[in-house]
Design a protein around this ligand. Structure first.
Ligand SMILES: Cc1ncc(COP(=O)(O)O)c(C=O)c1O
Length: 461
C-alpha cells in the first residue's frame, strides 16, 4: 500500500535517520528500506524524492543514495523580506520548463522529458570528441562571435544547399537560440503567434520577456493557414513561432501545400516565421525539407539544435537567418553572452565529423522507432477510449482523454503510482480544448519500462 500519508510517515523517519548520519554516508538500498519499513517500493521512492527535493540526500544512479552536504547556517536566519519589495511585481515563471526536466528517483519510470536516455546517447563518441577538442590549446581561445567556421559550414549543409555558412549563428542550445531570436524580433508588449498547442518553453520565454503568445490551432496537417491569416490580421503580430516538422507535443508534420501557404500568409502580413526544427535528427520516417529551404526573402528564422540527438549538455544550436534580422539576432546574443563556449563548439564539430556520427544517427532512429511502437501498443492495450498520435519523428505521443478528466490530477496520481508523465495544459497558450497528456518514448531506460509505465498510468487513471 502507498498513499500520501505513508509517504509522509516514511519521509519523517528517513529525515531522522539522515540527521543521525554524516555527510556522504550511504543510505540503505531501496530494497532494504522496503523491507525495513514494510512499505512498497513506490512509497520508498517517493519518500526519497521528497528528501532529495529538500536537499537532504543525493542519489547517484547505479551507486546509491547518500547524505548531502549540509549548509552551514549562521545563528540568526537571514531576512530576505526586503527582496520581495525590491523585486516588485514582475515574475519570471519557469514552471513550464522545469516540469519538462523532472528528476526521476530510483524506481520511478520517466515517460516525461524531451532528451535521450543515457543508453541512447553517444557517450563514447562524445568523450573522444571532447578529449580531442579540449587538448588543443586553440580550443580555449576566443572563437569568432558567430561560431567556429567548420561548425557553421556543417549546420548550413544540414539545412539545405542554398544556405550559406555566413547565414549561421552558433548558439548555446535551442532554448537560448529561441529566446534571443524572440527578443531580437519583438518589442515588450508585442503579440507572438504560436501553434496551439506548442512547446511550453516558447510560452515561458515569451512571457518572461513581456510578449503575449496567441494560439493558432493545428489539425492533422499542421497549423491552419486560414486561421493563421485571421490571427495576423486580428493581432497585428509580426512573428509566428512554429515547429513544422515533428511538432512538440503533437508530432504533426506541416503538409507540403500548407508550407507554401504559411510562408505566403506570413509574407502578406510582413511577418517573420521562426521555424524551430528541434527534431530534424529524430526522424523515424524522413520529413520534408525545412521551411527555410522554400524561403526566398528572409521571412524564415530557422532554429536547430544538437542537444536532442546527442545529450542535454551538448548545448550547441544554430540560428539561420538572412538580411538585417540576422545581425539583430547576432547582436542580441553578443549582448547576452558574447558567444557559446569554444571547447563545446570544437567538441560538437569533432563529433559530427567523426565516422561514428552516421552510425549514431542510424542507431537512434532504429531505437526510437521500436520505442514509439512499443509505447503506442501499450497505450492502445491499456488505455481504451484514449486517442493517441503515431508520430513519424520526435520523442512523444500525444494522448487525448475524454472531456471532464482533470489531466493535471491524473499526472499527479501517475507520479504516486511510479510513472512521470506531462500534463498537456502548459502546452496551451490559453484554455485547452480537451484534456491531454504527453508521453515520451525516449527517456525510459528500456522498452519494458515503457510498457510498465503505461500499466502504472492505467492504474492511476
Ligand atoms: C520544440 C523545442 N524547441 C527547443 C527546445 C530546447 O532544447 P535545447 O535548449 O536543449 O536545445 C526544446 C526542448 O525541449 C523543444 O522541445
Amino acid at each position: 500500500m502507498y498513499d500520501d500519508s505513508s509517504i509522509g510517515t516514511l519521509a519523517t523517519r528517513l529525515r531522522a535517520e539522515v540527521a543521525r548520519l554524516r555527510t556522504g554516508d550511504r543510505l540503505p538500498s531501496s530494497r532494504a528500506l522496503t523491507e525495513q519499513y514494510k512499505v512498497s517500493p513506490v512509497t520508498v521512492s517517493r519518500a526519497l524524492s521528497t528528501l532529495a527535493a529538500e536537499g537532504l540526500i543525493v542519489t547517484r544512479p547505479g551507486n546509491g543514495t547518500f547524505v548531502a552536504d549540509r549548509p552551514v547556517r549562521s545563528a540568526a536566519a537571514p531576512d530576505f523580506g526586503w527582496q520581495a519589495v525590491a523585486l516588485g511585481d514582475r515574475t519570471v515563471d519557469a514552471t513550464g520548463i522545469s516540469a519538462m526536466m523532472p528528476v526521476a528517483p530510483e524506481g520511478m519510470i520517466a515517460l516525461s522529458g524531451g532528451y535521450l536516455h543515457a543508453s541512447l546517447q553517444p557517450a563514447r563518441a562524445l568523450a573522444a570528441a571532447a578529449s580531442r577538442a579540449v587538448h588543443r590549446p586553440s580550443s580555449w581561445e576566443r572563437p569568432p562571435v558567430s561560431g567556429i567556421p567548420g561548425l557553421r559550414e556543417w549546420f548550413a549543409r544540414c539545412v539545405g544547399p542554398d544556405i550559406a555558412p555566413g547565414d549561421v549563428l552558433v548558439a548555446s542550445g535551442g532554448q537560448a537560440a529561441l529566446s534571443a531570436s524572440l527578443r531580437a524580433l519583438l518589442a515588450p508588449g508585442a503579440p507572438l503567434l504560436v501553434e496551439s498547442p506548442t512547446y511550453p518553453g516558447v510560452l515561458v520565454a515569451a512571457r518572461a520577456a513581456g510578449f503575449h503568445p496567441v494560439g493558432v490551432p493545428l489539425d492533422a496537417d499542421g497549423v491552419r493557414p486560414d486561421l493563421l491569416a485571421e490571427a495576423f490580421s486580428m493581432t497585428g503580430a509580426r512573428v509566428f513561432y512554429c515547429q513544422p516538422t515533428y511538432h512538440n507535443p503533437t508530432g504533426t508534420v506541416l503538409s507540403a501545400q500548407r508550407r507554401a501557404q504559411v510562408l505566403s500568409v506570413a509574407r502578406a502580413a510582413g511577418a517573420f516565421v521562426i521555424e524551430d526544427d528541434y527534431a530534424r535528427h529524430l526522424a523515424i520516417s524522413p520529413g520534408p525539407p525545412p521551411l527555410a529551404t522554400l524561403d526566398r526573402d528572409g521571412t524564415v528564422v530557422h532554429l536547430t539544435s544538437l542537444t536532442k540527438v546527442t545529450a542535454p549538455s551538448m548545448r550547441i544550436a544554430a540560428v539561420i537567418a538572412r538580411g538585417p534580422v540576422a545581425e539583430r539576432i547576432r547582436a542580441t546574443q553578443v549582448v547576452d553572452s558574447f558567444f557559446p563556449a569554444r571547447p563545446l563548439q570544437e567538441t560538437a564539430l569533432e563529433l559530427v565529423s567523426s565516422p561514428s556520427w552516421p552510425r549514431h544517427l542510424g542507431a537512434v532512429r532504429t531505437a526510437l522507432r521500436r520505442r514509439r511502437d512499443t509505447l503506442a501498443a501499450a497505450v492502445a492495450r491499456e488505455l481504451p477510449g484514449v486517442s493517441a498520435t503515431t508520430p513519424s519523428g520526435g520523442l512523444h505521443l500525444w494522448l487525448r482523454f475524454p472531456y471532464g478528466l482533470d489531466e493535471v490530477a491524473l499526472a499527479e496520481a501517475a507520479t504516486r503510482h511510479g510513472v512521470l508523465v506531462s500534463a498537456g495544459r502548459p502546452s496551451f497558450p490559453a484554455e485547452p480544448p480537451a484534456p491531454y497528456l504527453r508521453l515520451s518514448y525516449s527517456m525510459a531506460a528500456s522498452e519494458a519500462e515503457l510498457t510498465e509505465g503505461v500499466r502504472r498510468l492505467a492504474q492511476a487513471l
